[in-house]
Design a protein around this ligand. Sequence first.
Ligand SMILES: *[C@@H]1O[C@H](CO)[C@@H](O)[C@H](O)[C@H]1NC(C)=O
Ligand SMILES: *[C@@H]1O[C@H](CO)[C@@H](O)[C@H](O)[C@H]1NC(C)=O
Ligand SMILES: *[C@@H]1O[C@H](CO)[C@@H](O)[C@H](O)[C@H]1NC(C)=O
Ligand SMILES: *[C@@H]1O[C@H](CO)[C@@H](O)[C@H](O)[C@H]1NC(C)=O
Ligand SMILES: *[C@@H]1O[C@H](CO)[C@@H](O)[C@H](O)[C@H]1NC(C)=O
Ligand SMILES: *[C@@H]1O[C@H](CO)[C@@H](O)[C@H](O)[C@H]1NC(C)=O
Ligand SMILES: *[C@@H]1O[C@H](CO)[C@@H](O)[C@H](O)[C@H]1NC(C)=O
Ligand SMILES: *[C@@H]1O[C@H](CO)[C@@H](O)[C@H](O)[C@H]1NC(C)=O
Ligand SMILES: *[C@@H]1O[C@H](CO)[C@@H](O)[C@H](O)[C@H]1NC(C)=O
Length: 270
Amino acid sequence: MGKASLHVFFLLFLILSSFCQSNDQLSQANSLSPGDMLISEGRVFALGFFSPSNSNKSLYLGIWYHNIPERTVVWVANRDSPISNHSSVKLTITNSSEMVLFDSEGRAVWMTANTTTAGGADRAIAVLLDSGNFVLRLLNGTVVWQSTDHLTDTILPNTRVLLSYKAEVVGRLVAWKGPDDPSSGDFSFSIDPSSNLQIFIWNGSLPYKRLDVVNEVSVSGGTYQSNNTSVMSQYLYYRGDELYYTYTVSDGSPYTRILLDNRGNLSLLS
Ligand SMILES: *[C@@H]1O[C@H](CO)[C@@H](O)[C@H](O)[C@H]1NC(C)=O
Ligand SMILES: *[C@@H]1O[C@H](CO)[C@@H](O)[C@H](O)[C@H]1NC(C)=O
Ligand SMILES: *[C@@H]1O[C@H](CO)[C@@H](O)[C@H](O)[C@H]1NC(C)=O
Ligand SMILES: *[C@@H]1O[C@H](CO)[C@@H](O)[C@H](O)[C@H]1NC(C)=O
Ligand SMILES: *[C@@H]1O[C@H](CO)[C@@H](O)[C@H](O)[C@H]1NC(C)=O
Ligand SMILES: *[C@@H]1O[C@H](CO)[C@@H](O)[C@H](O)[C@H]1NC(C)=O
Ligand SMILES: *[C@@H]1O[C@H](CO)[C@@H](O)[C@H](O)[C@H]1NC(C)=O
Ligand SMILES: *[C@@H]1O[C@H](CO)[C@@H](O)[C@H](O)[C@H]1NC(C)=O
Ligand SMILES: *[C@@H]1O[C@H](CO)[C@@H](O)[C@H](O)[C@H]1NC(C)=O
């Protein structure tokens, strides 16, 4: 092979390999293994397998910021089912449109619940979005599952969190157990089921901190300006029997997240 053709070959290889690596989608035709990553279209978030520390090699499937060198995890799938043997681990979409994480012995350690569609073999794909949401949808566009309906310890901007339905707690944040341990810790964040209009941080089942008391109004919003460049607005609102929380940040703001940490502190970070 001449020098020029070698260059062309090498260039082609680079293009092909970067094409494969920058994929933001998982389909039924492929699967995701340790070392593989999905990267959202605008390269904001990455999804893949990680181990939280050098001492603990347990493997978790998670989402983190693609551009922050120190891995900052915003979502974990199998937080309470760590995988110790890394070989043959894979995330796949089954013929019945469920996403399943298999361990080295072929056991399902995590799966998307209740996405099986009537009739079975609907084709589905999973896409990692620039908002940090990981969405499983049928080819006709119907979303059957999304990671933002199954929060870990972080709320990203523009995420609609269903806090309660008919005064029953639905959405909650559950902190990591420790700085390097994604398993469910003691602290959580949710509404108080006995009084729908208060939000608490809980230590186990005991109230630890009460957050804002929300008046009995259907819509409430608050604006918080940290800076001249960045405005954060939060909203708590009813839609029928459903109580939602969401927040937005102004365009051009740095990456922002709300985190409940393992010591029970809730903070807005950027
Ligand atoms: C790693 O951490 C997980 C979660 O706490 C735990 O279940 C597992 O036993 C740990 N593994 C090792 C090798 O320490
Ligand atoms: C899934 O569907 C494909 C194509 O129809 C088929 O070849 C494959 O055997 C099916 N897999 C399972 C596990 O049923
Ligand atoms: C890990 O899994 C592979 C394949 O399933 C198996 O061959 C290997 O023995 C396992 N290793 C350990 C340490 O269990
Ligand atoms: C899945 O569906 C079953 C039966 O309809 C229901 O009992 C269960 O609560 C659902 N699980 C989730 C996680 O929605
Ligand atoms: C997509 O397909 C599913 C399952 O076949 C069906 O339930 C759903 O209504 C369809 N959605 C649209 C927008 O056609
Ligand atoms: C949380 O509760 C546990 C057990 O009830 C207690 O030991 C611990 O001190 C509490 N933590 C805080 C920060 O209050
Ligand atoms: C305020 O904006 C400046 C840039 O204008 C930025 O460097 C700084 O980190 C911001 N501070 C906060 C608290 O967001
Ligand atoms: C915003 O800008 C004004 C005028 O430039 C300045 O006086 C004020 O201190 C700034 N506020 C913050 C929070 O940086
Ligand atoms: C976080 O929580 C710990 C323990 O409750 C407390 O000592 C610490 O001051 C808190 N840190 C912040 C930044 O609020």
